[in-house]
Design a protein around this ligand. Structure first.
Ligand SMILES: Cc1cc2nc3c(=O)[nH]c(=O)nc-3n(C[C@H](O)[C@H](O)[C@H](O)COP(=O)(O)O)c2cc1C
Length: 410
C-alpha cells in the first residue's frame, strides 16, 4: 500500500500555472488559435453572417473549394531522415526578389467589410513579415493609401479589365506611379460566379440594416461599432454602388477580354506581369509562350466555376510543360503551412492565401493577420524539419504523393 501525506507548499508552487493576466481580450483570443481553422471559428463568432458568408462561401454547391481543400488533406509526405535541420530557410525568390516566406496575400475585394482595418491590415502585416501584398481592383482602400500602409514592402495590383478600358488603364497608371511591383491580371471572371450564400443572405453593397441583420448584429457589437465609427465602406476605385456583388461584377466586367487584350496590357505595363486564374495545361503553355512573368493556377477560391479543376492537381503537369521560364504560383484551398510545402514540392514557385488571411483579419484586425502569418510560417518550418529539408529548394516532387481519391481519371 502507498502511504499518503499532505503535499508541501514548495511542491505545489511549481504546479500552479495561472495564465498571465496581462493579455488583452484580443491577445487572449488570438493566443488560443493554433490553426487557421481556429481563426475561422473566432471570425465566425465575431462577424455578421452576411460578411462572414461572403468570405467563407464559394460558388454554387462549393465543390471547387471543398475539393481543393480535400486535395491538400490527401497529401502523403515522404520524409528523409538523418539530415541536419537545426536551421531552416523559408525564403523564396519570387519575381526576382526574395520573399521571407513562400506565400503572399491574394487580392480580395471589399476587404474592409470583413473587418474595418481591411486592406491596411493586410498590407502592413505583409510588409512587416517581408512578403508581398496584392490589392484588388475591388479594394476598399486606394492604391496610394495601401502603398502608404506598406511603404517599403512589395505591393502588387490586381486588375480586372472593365468594359471601360480607359478607366481600367487609369488604375494601372496609378499603380505604376505608386511603385507597385507587379500587375496581376485576373482572367477567371468573364461573368460572376453564383455565390448562393450571398443571394440567400440578401447580401448587398453596402450592407443594409434589415430586421434580420440587426438581430444578427446584437451578439457582434465590435464589428458594428467599427463599421459605424470608421471611414465609410466604399470601393476605392469604383463609383458608389448599391446592389448585389453579382450585379456589380456583371455590369463592370468585360466578357470579351481575350489573349490579344492580354498582349496589349503586357505592352502597356513595364513591371512584372502575372496572370491569375489559369486552369488548364494548354492555357499555361500559351501564357508562357506569350512571355508573362508568372501564372497563378487558381480557380478563384472556388468562387467562379463550380466543379473546376483542383489547381493542386494541375500543378505537376503544368510544371513539366512550362518549365522554369515562367514562374508557377498557386492558390485555392490553402489552410496550412503543410499545404504550401506540398505545393512547392510539386513545382510551385510561390503561393497565395485568400481566406486564411481574411479569417485572421476578421478574428483580430492587423494582429489577426499577423497571427495567420505566424501560424503558417511555424507550420512551414516544422513541416520542412520533419521532411528533412533545410531550404525550400531541396523540396522535390518525390516528397509528396497524393491519395488517389480525388486524382482525375484520364
Ligand atoms: C472574399 C474574397 C474576395 C475575393 N476577391 C477577389 C478579387 O477581387 N480579385 C481576385 O482576383 N480574386 C479575388 N478573390 C480570390 C482570391 O484572390 C484567391 O484566388 C482565393 O481566395 C484563393 O483561395 P483561398 O481563399 O482558398 O486561399 C477573392 C477571394 C475571397 C475569399
Amino acid at each position: 500500500m502507498m502511504e499518503r501525506r499532505a503535499p508541501r507548499p514548495s511542491e505545489l508552487r511549481p504546479l500552479l500555472k495561472f495564465k498571465k493576466p496581462t493579455l488583452s481580450p484580443k491577445e487572449r483570443r488570438l493566443a488560443a488559435a493554433l490553426t487557421i481553422e481556429d481563426l475561422r471559428a473566432i471570425a465566425k463568432r465575431r462577424t455578421p453572417k452576411a460578411a462572414f458568408d461572403y468570405t467563407d462561401g464559394a460558388a454554387e454547391e462549393e465543390l471547387s473549394l471543398a475539393r481543393a481543400r480535400q486535395a491538400f488533406r490527401d497529401v502523403t509526405f515522404h520524409p528523409r531522415i538523418l539530415r541536419d535541420v537545426s536551421k531552416v530557410d523559408t525564403s523564396r525568390t519570387v519575381l526576382g526578389t526574395p520573399s521571407a516566406l513562400p506565400f503572399g496575400i491574394a487580392p480580395t475585394g471589399f476587404t474592409r467589410m470583413m473587418q474595418t482595418e481591411g486592406e491596411y491590415a493586410g498590407a502592413s502585416a505583409a510588409g512587416a513579415a517581408g512578403i508581398p501584398y496584392t490589392l484588388s481592383t475591388m479594394g476598399t482602400a486606394s492604391i496610394e493609401d495601401v502603398r502608404d500602409a506598406n511603404p517599403s514592402g512589395r505591393n502588387w495590383f490586381q486588375l480586372y479589365m472593365w468594359k471601360d478600358r480607359e478607366r481600367s488603364m487609369a488604375l494601372v497608371d496609378r499603380a505604376a506611379a505608386a511603385g507597385y511591383e507587379a500587375l496581376v491580371v485576373t482572367v477567371d471572371v468573364p461573368v460572376a460566379g453564383a455565390r448562393l450564400r450571398d443571394t440567400r443572405n440578401g447580401m448587398t453593397i453596402p450592407p443594409t440594416l434589415t430586421p434580420r441583420t440587426v438581430a444578427n448584429a446584437i451578439p457582434r457589437p465590435a464589428w458594428w461599432i467599427n463599421f459605424l465609427t470608421t471611414e465609410p465602406l466604399a470601393f476605392a476605385s469604383l463609383d458608389r454602388w448599391s446592389g448585389t456583388v453579382a450585379e456589380l461584377l456583371d455590369t463592370m466586367f468585360d466578357p470579351t477580354v481575350d489573349y490579344a487584350d492580354l498582349a496589349w496590357i503586357k505592352d502597356q505595363w513595364k513591371g512584372k506581369l502575372v496572370v491569375k486564374g489559369v486552369q488548364s495545361v494548354e492555357d499555361a503553355s500559351r501564357l508562357a509562350e506569350l512571355g508573362v512573368d508568372a501564372i497563378v493556377l487558381s480557380n478563384h477560391g472556388g468562387r467562379q466555376l463550380d466543379r473546376a479543376p483542383v489547381p493542386f492537381h494541375l500543378l505537376p503537369e503544368v510544371a513539366r510543360e512550362v518549365g522554369d521560364a515562367t514562374e508557377i504560383h498557386l492558390d485555392t484551398g490553402i489552410m496550412s503551412g503543410a499545404d504550401i510545402v506540398a505545393a512547392l514540392a510539386l513545382g510551385a514557385r510561390f503561393t497565395l492565401i485568400g481566406r486564411a488571411y481574411l479569417y485572421g483579419l476578421m478574428a483580430g484586425g492587423r494582429e489577426g493577420v499577423d497571427k495567420t502569418i505566424e501560424i503558417l510560417s511555424t507550420q512551414i518550418e516544422r513541416t520542412m524539419r520533419l521532411l528533412g529539408v533545410s531550404s525550400l529548394d531541396e523540396l522535390r516532387p518525390d516528397h509528396v504523393t497524393q491519395l488517389e481519391r480525388l486524382v482525375p481519371r484520364r
